[in-house]
Design a protein around this ligand. Sequence first.
Ligand code: SF4
Length: 306
Amino acid sequence: MNLKNLEKRLTYLTANAIKDYRMIEDGDRIMVCLSGGKDSYTLLDMLRLLQQRAPVRFELIAVNLDQKQPGWPEHILPDYLTSLGVPFRILEQDTYSVVKRVLPEGKTMCSLCSRLRRGALYAAAAEMGVTKIALGHHRDDILATLFLNMFYGSKLAAMPPKLRSNDGRHVVIRPLAYVPEKYTERYAELKEFPIIPCNLCGSQENLKRKRIGEMLRQWEEVEPKRLTNVFRSLQNVNPSHLADTELFDFESLTGAFTPNGEGDPLAEIEQPSLGHFSQLPKPEPETDVSDWLPEEAELRERSANE
Ligand code: SF4
């Protein structure tokens, strides 16, 4: 895919997710968390592009947390953001030393590091009076979290496209929720973003997450639509066909037998109906994003007339 087509695809998917979850509203002041990685650069680009076309007005402020990792190139993000004319703020907090001090040598540091980073960003968001915090997690991050939680946490939970923080003070949005990682990888290459590697800290990559990432990539090679379908299944949940007694009142289900032996013994076994399967996700997102992307409306009209 060339840059023009890829950019179009990315803005389309991003606009879809924003609309489906009502991530952005008129007057929002959005803090865009920029780590220096491919995903956050892509996120900023997408939000800037949509800012020019969206039917609502919103403000963007890029924020980076300098965690004081050794070798962190302090000038790269300020230079880049200044060249774009994007308002930004660089926060400084030495979470690196904290993580090093608290964790034994050789332990994976990412989990604690991320928690400290989140705390610092939330505190800054409150101080800056932003209404939303935008993070660069993409579809494959969401899927990896889903499988991590299933394989190692025995729970069915992923990363939601939009959530309220535990303290109730912030709304976190993930506008790239529909975007496959291969798109952000390619986009970063084509745009030649000044990538800053995350592992300057010297931490080992989280091995479980890495293994799941490899599993997802292999699945995609074998069956390209599989990840799309797994993601769509998160949007198409049927609690009566799972096994959580908190989500569905299984206790109240009673059989169709009557004391005198009448009734159909199979009636109490709920069969998945073909109707349910026919609702399985369609390969392409359906949301009409023509108000966010006016050119989409033109394209649709043109192809309808052809
Ligand atoms: S690689 Fe280093 S900086 Fe990145 S999340 Fe892990 S511990 Fe933090």
